[in-house]
Design a protein. Structure first.
Lengths: 269, 325, 348
C-alpha cells in the first residue's frame, strides 16, 4: 500500500545568531527517513534532545526543513509554498506535549475546539459550536465544561480538549508529540486508550513521539529509535523491546523495564 | 575587555550618528528655509547672505548637505548661529558646561540619597517606616517638576533665603574664591532640589525593588543562616548583587535629569542649554537647535558608556561573557 | 485589595474627567470673556457668616472693587453681600462641542463671582482652569492614543515579522530612547511652524507629543509579541492554517492589552505634562485658548510670580489627575503583572 507519509533524508539545522556574535549551527535532525501506512502507528522514541520535537514541528510545517523531502498524500511539503501549505495543513495535525500551553488561556473550551473551523471559514458560528460540542463529548468532555477556560480543567481534560481540536478538521495524520508525558500515570492510560479508540473509529494514522518505550510498544506496531538526530534502529515493536540491537535502544529498554516492574508489583496485591 | 568596550563604543557612535541624521533631516524637512527668513533681516548684507547660501549649499540635495555638515561637525564646527551671527560651538560650550554642572550635581546627589534610603527601605519592606517613605516619595511623583519649580521659586522669593534665579550674583567677579563657590552653591540649591525631587521617587522605587530581590535570593538567605551580620550582608552581598539593574538605571536617571534640567533652567533662569535652546527655537536658529540636541545626546551616550564600564567592573558575569566572545 | 481599589480609582478619574468635559456647566464664565474692571482680582472667599455675625444657609461673597489709582489692589465691600445661586442660567456653552446649553452649576446673577481670582485681563481663573483642562487633557489623551497605536503597530510589525524590519525599527526606537525626551520634544517642535492659529497649534502639539513617545511602547509590545509568537497555542493555530493577521488579531495582540493599558496610564499624565511644558514655554497652544501650560506661562514674569499667588493654581489643578493616573498605572501594573516585562525591556 502507498504510505500516507514518507520522509526522506530530512535534515533540520538550527542556526543561532547571537547579538553581534557569530552564527552557530547545530543539526537537530540528521538525514532521517521513514514512512507510515494509512491507519498505522509509528512510534518515534528517543531521549530528550534527540531531535524528536524539531522533527514533529517540521512535519507539521511549523518549521522549515533544511533539506530532504516530506511526501504527504503525494505532495512534497518541504517544497510547497506557504499559501499551498495552508490547504494541506488541516490534513495533518500536531498535538503538543503541554496542553496548558497549547490552549489559549483566555478562551473557552468550546471556542478553542471550534477555532480550526473558524480559521477554515466555511461554516457559520452555530454549526461550528455544535460540531465542537459533539466532538468534545466524544473525547469525554461533558457539556458542563464547554464554557470553562483551560485553567479550570485538569491536565487530562486539557489534553482531551487538545485532541478534540486536532480532530475537528478530520485530519488523516496526527503527530502526537509527547502528549502523555505531562500527565499522571492513571490519566496517561485513559488518554492512551482514547487515542486507540479514536484511531479505530476514524482510521487515523499516528506518529507517536515519546521517550517512553513501554507506552510506544503499547500503542504502536512499529518503533523507530532516535538518538542525536538520527534514527538508529527501526523495527516491529515487540522485536525492539525483546531484542534491542543498538546501545541507545538497549538503554531505553533498561530505563523502561524497572519502572514497569514497579507498576506491576504495586498493582499485584 | 577590549572587545566589550569596542562594542559599546560602536553602539554609542551609532546612536550619535543616528541622532545627527535624524536632527538634520528633520530640520531639512521643516517648511520654509531659514535663510529665506534671514533675507528680510536688514542687518544682513547681501554678500554675507550669499556667502551663507554658499556655505550651507542650500541649492544642493539634502544628502550632500548632510555630508558637508557632518564633515564640519567632525572638525568641531557645529554650524553658524544666525541669531548671534557667530559660530555655534563657542556659544554652546559654556551653556553646556552650566547644564552639565547642574545635571551632574543632581545625579550624584540623587544617587547618594536613593542608594542608602532604598537599601534601608528594602530591609524594612512592608513595615510602617517603609510604607511612610513610599508614600512620601509618591507625593513628589504626583507634583510635576514644573509645579515644584514654580512653587519653590515663590517660596524663595517670599522668604528671601535663597537667590531666585541665575547662576551667580551680579558682583561675582569681585568675590574671593571661597565666596565664589558659596555664591554658586547657593544659586544651585533650588534647581538641584527640583531635579533631585523629580528623579528621586522612581529611582528609589527601583533601588528598593532591586535590593529587596537580591536580599530574597537563596544565596543570601543561606548567608543569613550562617550568621553573617545584617549590615555586612546588605553592603557586601546584596548591593553588589543588585548592581546590574541599578547601573542599567544610571543612564535612565541621567536622561530624566537632563530633560528636567531643560525646564528647570528656563524657570530658574539658569544660563544653560535650556533657555538657549528655547531662544533658538523661537528665533528659528536651526544649527543651535541641532547642536543642543546633539550635545544632550552626547551627555546621555557618555553617561551610558560610563555605566557600561561600571557594570563591566562590577559584574563578573558580564566580564566572563565578554571574554568568552 | 487591588480588585477593589481598581474600580474606585477608575471612578475617581472618571469623575475628574467628567467635570472637565462638562466644564461649561461647572464654570460660571466663558474662558475667554474679559472683565477689564477686575484685572488680577484675588479669589473671592465664599462666606456663611456675614459681617454682623449672622449665619446664612446660602453661601455668599463680598464684591471687590479696584482701589482708586491702583491697577491690582482691591477693596472688599462687606455691606452688600452677593448670594451664590445654584443651577442658574448664564452664558451659553456647548458640552463636548455638541449639546448647547445655558445651565450653570452656580452663578451670582450679573455680579462678578471669581472663586479663584482673575488674570491680567480679568478672566475668571476657575473657569479657565476647567476649560484649560479640556485642552491639556485632550492633548494628553489624544497624544497617548496616537502614540500607543503607533507603538502597537510598530511593535507588532517588528516582533511578528522579525528579520531586517525588526532590526531597522528597533534601532530607530533606540535612537528615540537615546535622546532625553524633552530635548526630543523641543527638536521636533523646533522644525514646525511657530505662529499658527490655536486649533492647528493644538494638533501640532498632539502630533509632536505622539511622535516622541512611540519607542517605549513599541519595544514593550515587540517583546510580548516575540514571546507569544513562540507559544504553543499560536503554533497550534498556525497548524490549522491560520494567517498572520488572524494570529495577530486573535491570539497575539490580546496578550499585549495589559502592557498597553498600563502604558496608557503612564503616558497620559506624561503627555499632559508635555503639553504644559510646551505651552508654558510659548511653543504650544497659544492664547486666548486656555491650557494649563499657557496659563502658567505668565509666572515667568517675576512680578506676577510674587504678587498674584492664585496664578499658580493651574499647576495645582493637575495634581489630582496625576494622583489618579499614577495610582491607576500602579494598580494595572500589579494586576496585569506587567511590571516584570517593563523591567526586562529596560526602563520605567
Amino acid at each position: 500500500m502507498e504510505p500516507l507519509i514518507r520522509v526522506e533524508n530530512l535534515v533540520i539545522r538550527h542556526t543561532r545568531q547571537a547579538f553581534g556574535g557569530r552564527a552557530s549551527a547545530f543539526t537537530a535532525v540528521d538525514s532521517v527517513s521513514f514512512s507510515i501506512s494509512p491507519g498505522a502507528t509509528l512510534a518515534l522514541v528517543g531521549e530528550s534532545g534527540s531531535g524528536k520535537s524539531s522533527l514533529a514541528r517540521c512535519l507539521a510545517c511549523l518549521q522549515p526543513a533544511t533539506s530532504g523531502g516530506i511526501w504527504f498524500e503525494g505532495r512534497d511539503l518541504a517544497a510547497l509554498p506557504e499559501e499551498k501549505l495552508r490547504a494541506v495543513r488541516p490534513r495533518l495535525q500536531l498535538i503538543f506535549q503541554d496542553p496548558a500551553a497549547s490552549l489559549n488561556p483566555r478562551w473557552t473550551v468550546l471556542r478553542i475546539v471550534a477555532e480550526p473551523l473558524l480559521i477554515e471559514g466555511r461554516s457559520p458560528a452555530l454549526e461550528r459550536e455544535a460540531r465542537a460540542a459533539q466532538l468534545l463529548a466524544r473525547v469525554g468532555i461533558t457539556a458542563e465544561y464547554l464554557q470553562s477556560q483551560p485553567g479550570e480543567l485538569s491536565g487530562g481534560q486539557r489534553q482531551r480538549v487538545a485532541i478534540a481540536r486536532a480532530l475537528i478538521l478530520q485530519p488523516a495524520l496526527l503527530i502526537l508529540d509527547e502528549v502523555l508525558s505531562a500527565l499522571d500515570c492513571s490519566v496517561q492510560a485513559q488518554i492512551a486508550n482514547l487515542l486507540v479508540e479514536l484511531q479505530r473509529a476514524a482510521n487515523l494514522t499516528y506518529l507517536f513521539i515519546t521517550h517512553d518505550l513501554r507506552m510506544a510498544a503499547h500503542l504502536a506496531g512499529e518503533i523507530a529509535v532516535m538518538s542525536a538526530g538520527k534514527i538508529v534502529e527501526q523495527g516491529p515493536a515487540g522485536k525492539i523491546l525483546r531484542d534491542p540491537r543498538s546501545s541507545q535502544a538497549q538503554s531505553l529498554v533498561q530505563a523502561a523495564a524497572p519502572e514497569a516492574e514497579l507498576v506491576e508489583a504495586g498493582s499485584e496485591p | 575587555m577590549r572587545r566589550f568596550l569596542l562594542r559599546r563604543v560602536a553602539h554609542a557612535a551609532f546612536l550619535l550618528l543616528g541622532v545627527s541624521l535624524l536632527a538634520f533631516f528633520f530640520s531639512a524637512l521643516a517648511p520654509g528655509n531659514y535663510l529665506d527668513d534671514l533675507r528680510l533681516n536688514p542687518q544682513m548684507s547681501s554678500e554675507r547672505f550669499s556667502a551663507l547660501r554658499a556655505q550651507y549649499r542650500v541649492d544642493q540635495p539634502v544628502a550632500l548637505r548632510y555630508f558637508s555638515w557632518a564633515n564640519a561637525l567632525l572638525h568641531g564646527d557645529l554650524g553658524f548661529s544666525f541669531a548671534y551671527n557667530a559660530p555655534v560651538a563657542p556659544l554652546l560650550w559654556p551653556r553646556a558646561r552650566n547644564t552639565l554642572l547642574l545635571t551632574t550635581t543632581a545625579t550624584l546627589l540623587v544617587w547618594a540619597i536613593a542608594l542608602p534610603l532604598g537599601a534601608w527601605s528594602a530591609q524594612h519592606l512592608g513595615k510602617p517606616t517603609d510604607v511612610a517613605l513610599t508614600w512620601a516619595t509618591s507625593a513628589f511623583l504626583i507634583v510635576p517638576d514644573l509645579a515644584l519649580a514654580l512653587g519653590l521659586l515663590v517660596l524663595a522669593v517670599r522668604s528671601g533665603w535663597l537667590p531666585t534665579g541665575g547662576m551667580v550674583s551680579v558682583a561675582f567677579d569681585e568675590f574671593s574664591f571661597a565666596h565664589k563657590i558659596r555664591d554658586l552653591a547657593s544659586h544651585m540649591v533650588l534647581p538641584v532640589i527640583v531635579l533631585v525631587a523629580s528623579a528621586l521617587p522612581v529611582l528609589l522605587r527601583h533601588v528598593r525593588a532591586a535590593v529587596a530581590e537580591a536580599l530574597d535570593a537563596p544565596f543570601l538567605r543561606a548567608a543569613e543562616g550562617q550568621g553573617i551580620p545584617r549590615r555586612r550582608l546588605l553592603y557586601r552581598y546584596a548591593l553588589p548583587a543588585a548592581a546590574h539593574p541599578l547601573i542599567a538605571l544610571f543612564g535612565f536617571s541621567l536622561g530624566t535629569l537632563l530633560s528636567g534640567s531643560l525646564l528647570v533652567e528656563v524657570v530658574m533662569s539658569w544660563p544653560g542649554l535650556g533657555p538657549f535652546l528655547l531662544e533658538a527655537i523661537l528665533a528659528r536658529d536651526v544649527y543651535v537647535v541641532i547642536g543642543g540636541v546633539l550635545f544632550s545626546t552626547l551627555f546621555l551616550v557618555a553617561g551610558n558608556l560610563a555605566a557600561d564600564l561600571l557594570l563591566y567592573w562590577a559584574d563578573p558575569r558580564i566580564r566572563t561573557e565578554a571574554e568568552a566572545r | 485589595m487591588i480588585r477593589s481599589r481598581l474600580p474606585l480609582c477608575i471612578a475617581f478619574l472618571g469623575t475628574l474627567h467628567a467635570v472637565v468635559a462638562c466644564a461649561g456647566f461647572f464654570a460660571p464664565y466663558d474662558p475667554v470673556a474679559q472683565d477689564r474692571e477686575h484685572p488680577y482680582a484675588p479669589p473671592m472667599r465664599p462666606h456663611f457668616v456675614d459681617a454682623q455675625g449672622a449665619w446664612h444657609l446660602r453661601p455668599f461673597v463680598y464684591p471687590q472693587a479696584l482701589r482708586t489709582a491702583s491697577f491690582d489692589q482691591y477693596q472688599l465691600d462687606t455691606t452688600t453681600p452677593i448670594p451664590i445661586r445654584f443651577f442658574v442660567r448664564g452664558v451659553p456653552y456647548r458640552v463636548l462641542g455638541l449639546l448647547s446649553s445655558r445651565a450653570h452649576l452656580f452663578g451670582a446673577g450679573g455680579s462678578p463671582l471669581y472663586l479663584l481670582g482673575t488674570d491680567a485681563y480679568g478672566r475668571d481663573i476657575f473657569s479657565r482652569i476647567l476649560f484649560g483642562g479640556q485642552v491639556s487633557l485632550l492633548a494628553g489623551l489624544l497624544g497617548a492614543a496616537l502614540t500607543l497605536s503607533l507603538g502597537l503597530s510598530i511593535g507588532a510589525l517588528a516582533g511578528f515579522t522579525g528579520g531586517w524590519k525588526d532590526e531597522v525599527l528597533m534601532r530607530a526606537a533606540e535612537l528615540y530612547l537615546a535622546l532625553p525626551w524633552i530635548y526630543l520634544l523641543f527638536a521636533m517642535r523646533a522644525f514646525l511652524p511657530l505662529s499658527v492659529p490655536p486649533l492647528k497649534a493644538f494638533l501640532l502639539v498632539v502630533l509632536v507629543i505622539a511622535a516622541v513617545g512611540w519607542a517605549r511602547p513599541a519595544r514593550l509590545v515587540r517583546g510580548i509579541v516575540l514571546s507569544v509568537k513562540e507559544r504553543d497555542f499560536v503554533r497550534a493555530a498556525r497548524g490549522f492554517g491560520a494567517s498572520g493577521p488572524y494570529l495577530l488579531r486573535r491570539h497575539i495582540l490580546p496578550e499585549t492589552s495589559g502592557v498597553v493599558l498600563t502604558q496608557a496610564a503612564i503616558l497620559v499624565p506624561q503627555f499632559v505634562l508635555a503639553e504644559m511644558t510646551l505651552s508654558f514655554l510659548g511653543l504650544g497652544v497659544p492664547e486666548p485658548l486656555p491650557s494649563w501650560g499657557n496659563m502658567l506661562s505668565c509666572l515667568q514674569h517675576y512680578n506676577v510670580l510674587v504678587s498674584y499667588w492664585w496664578m499658580y493654581l493651574p499647576a495645582v489643578a493637575m495634581i489630582p489627575f496625576f494622583l489618579g493616573y499614577l495610582t491607576l498605572a500602579n494598580l494595572l501594573q500589579r494586576s496585569t503583572g506587567t511590571a516584570k516585562i517593563e523591567e526586562a525591556c529596560g526602563g520605567v
